[in-house]
Design a protein around this ligand. Structure first.
Ligand SMILES: CC(C)(COP(=O)(O)OP(=O)(O)OC[C@H]1O[C@@H](n2cnc3c(N)ncnc32)[C@H](O)[C@@H]1OP(=O)(O)O)[C@@H](O)C(=O)NCCC(=O)NCCS
Length: 167
């Protein structure tokens, strides 16, 4: 499996949004309502927002291309807490999951975090997303706290914050 990880560029956005829909539908249909899936996809994966994020310092978007096809993407950002970087998104094509791609992306982001002077990688994951929690534990994250975040329209994110020490 030939994996190439590189920054997302504007021409990647359309295929990335298409892939995000496929992954979200598969991953979240049994965890949150369809209305919440649609709301969150619209909120997070619209062209103006993604173009703005690609242009923002302190936010990084990366993609993994496998055998010439977009197979995964991730984004990371600096938080207000010094020395912490947040893994904000990590999504792997269902056809390519459990092959180590998520781990490769986490390694890639960990290296970036270190070069940015960060010693901890954090993330938020839905408490019922057992597959992802399993993947994050496998790759060195541990649960730090539980949070409930109001995201508008009557929806909440019911998450664990997980952290991985890079020291
Ligand atoms: C979570 C995710 C990013 C992990 O990426 P990945 O490439 O599948 O992960 P890796 O191959 O590096 O690690 C595999 C581990 O992930 C977990 N995992 C991934 N897919 C799984 C599945 N279908 N069933 C059970 N465990 C699974 C297991 O812990 C697995 O380890 P194992 O094979 O030794 O049991 C990916 O599965 C994904 O995109 N899931 C759907 C979207 C999502 O939930 N993203 C996270 C949002 S916070």
């Amino acid at each position: 499996m030939l994996i190439r990880i590189s920054p997302v560029t504007p021409i990647d956005i359309d295929p990335l949004v298409t892939l995000a829909r496929v992954i979200w539908q598969e991953a979240y249909a049994e965890i949150i309502t369809q209305a919440q899936i649609d709301y969150m996809l619209e909120q997070r994966y619209n062209m103006p927002r993604l173009l703005a994020e690609l242009d923002t310092s302190g936010i990084w978007w990366d993609k993994a291309v496998v055998d010439g096809r977009l197979a995964a993407f991730a984004s990371a950002l600096l938080t207000d807490t010094p020395s912490e970087m947040k893994l904000d998104k990590l999504y792997v094509d269902p056809a390519r999951q459990r092959l180590g791609l998520g781990g490769r992306m986490i390694d890639h982001l960990s290296e970036r975090a270190l070069t940015q002077g960060c010693t901890t990688l954090i993330l938020a994951v839905n408490k019922r997303n057992e597959r992802a929690i399993g993947a994050y534990r496998k790759h060195g994250f541990i649960e730090r706290e539980a949070v409930r975040v109001d995201i508008g329209n009557g929806f909440v994110m019911d998450d664990f914050i997980m952290a991985k020490s890079l020291r």
